[in-house]
Design a protein around this ligand. Structure first.
Ligand SMILES: [Zn+2]
Ligand SMILES: [Zn+2]
Length: 418
């Protein structure tokens, strides 16, 4: 068993609702929620609404093919489903952009390993009132609204998702698609056959004339059907090559990244997982893309600069990340990482869909323990131990000490498009 079917269903239902209305989420992890909140603010500023509709279809409509691995205190699982995807951007009640496609949706889910003591301190957003607390606190009763939750209610959570174009289909789907090409082609060719049969009819025998017309029509229609099939096959092949062309750069850049990085990081922490890093990088990239002013983000410590992504309306993570360079600097490691997205941007009032990447310098103090479920929305003050939301304020509300992400997790020191 990989990702429970019910969770998958709730995720596809919730993603659109959460992006539109916000509120508490039952399935999205905190980093994903934060990225979507920033995206919601961006859309609101432009008086837009974004709507996704997913419907299961194709060979893998039920999922259940994923794999499971362990990430220290988390049990992670990944699964995929084939679906149809419809996306609509609406501005002031009018359609601004729309696309639809057959996709394979990949979802990574984190579940707490039961009985793990350190899990108690993990940050958690109350599914009832939306306030920040910890797993330990909320299982004793939410300190804000008093609701009690069983551990089973709190996890699992989706930590990452991405889409890949689906070229496959069930027999019925493929047959239906081929028919769309064969039938019109057969009709057109058959029509020509009929006309030329009548014009060139045998003038001596009525029987031979009728037979000739029938044969000519049937033969032409058959040839037309074959032509239709060939047109379908060429188009399919063409789009396969087109899509492969777009991804070939990705494959090239992916080569070797994973192994090199994993080996280097596991020197510092044997629990380090590349999957966790890629998911984290994608979440950080989303925050950068959708933040009005990245210098206000606690995860960004670089200099203030113009956000090259300020016209991005939607950004879909395409799955992979590439490691450009990797170096150590005292107690710190710096990993220049590129995360690949399909973005919809507004350029001169017109929607433009393009593949674009975010390259970031990600830095972390490796002498500190790795905290897999870390969230900047529940940090502890290094001076007094008080906890607060670092996305809302950068100094501790209890003792006034400034918050330093440098003491906690991966953070971004520089970023650019491409
Ligand atoms: Zn609560
Ligand atoms: Zn403090």
């Amino acid at each position: 068993m990989s990702v429970p079917k019910q969770l998958f269903d709730r995720f596809t239902e919730e993603i659109s609702r959460f992006l539109r209305d916000g509120g508490a989420s039952e399935v999205l992890d905190d980093d994903l929620q934060f990225g979507m909140e920033l995206q919601r603010e961006r859309l609101k500023e432009r008086e837009m609404e974004l709507d996704y509709v997913f419907a299961p279809r194709g060979h893998f409509s039920e999922g259940g093919h994923g794999r499971v691995w362990s990430d220290g205190k988390y049990r992670c699982s990944m699964d995929w489903r084939s679906c149809s995807w419809n996306r609509t951007l609406i501005r002031k009640g009018k359609q601004f952009f729309r696309d639809k496609d057959d996709k394979v949706l990949y979802v990574t889910v984190n579940d707490l390993v039961k009985g793990s003591a350190s899990a108690q301190a993990e940050p958690y957003r109350c599914p009832n009132c939306g306030n920040l607390t910890t797993v330990g606190e909320i299982s004793r009763g939410c300190p804000y609204c008093g609701t009690h939750f069983e551990m089973e209610d709190l996890f699992p959570r989706v930590s990452s998702y991405y889409f890949v174009k689906d070229f496959g289909g069930t027999e019925k789907e493929v047959y239906g698609e081929i028919k769309k090409y064969m039938l019109p082609s057969a009709a057109v060719f058959g029509g020509f056959g009929l006309i030329s049969g009548i014009l060139g009819r045998n003038r001596e025998s009525i029987v031979l004339a009728v037979l000739g017309v029938i044969l000519m029509t049937a033969f032409s229609a058959g040839a037309g059907a074959v032509m239709g099939y060939m047109i379908w096959a060429f188009r399919k092949l063409g789009s396969l090559f087109g899509e492969a062309g777009k991804s070939i750069g990705l494959l090239f850049e992916m080569g070797g990244s994973r192994k090199r990085f994993e080996t280097a990081m596991q020197r510092f922490s044997p629990e380090f997982s590349y999957e966790y890093f890629v998911n984290k990088a994608a979440s950080l990239a989303r925050m950068i893309i959708f933040c009005k002013d990245p210098s206000t983000l606690p995860v960004y410590t670089g200099e203030k600069k113009e956000n090259p992504f300020s016209n991005v309306l939607d950004a879909q993570f395409r799955g992979p990340a590439a490691l450009r360079s990797f170096k150590t600097d005292g107690d710190y490691v710096v990993a220049r990482t590129t995360v690949f997205f399909e973005m919809v941007r507004e350029v001169g009032g017109i929607p433009v869909k393009q593949n674009r990447a975010v390259t970031m310098d990600l830095r972390k103090n490796v002498m500190l323990p790795f905290r897999q479920g870390y969230s900047i929305r529940k940090v502890s003050c290094s001076n007094c131990g008080g906890s607060f939301d670092a996305t809302r304020r950068t100094t501790c509300p209890y003792c006034g000490s400034p918050y330093r992400i440098q003491d906690d997790d991966w953070y971004v020191t520089d970023f650019r498009m491409g």
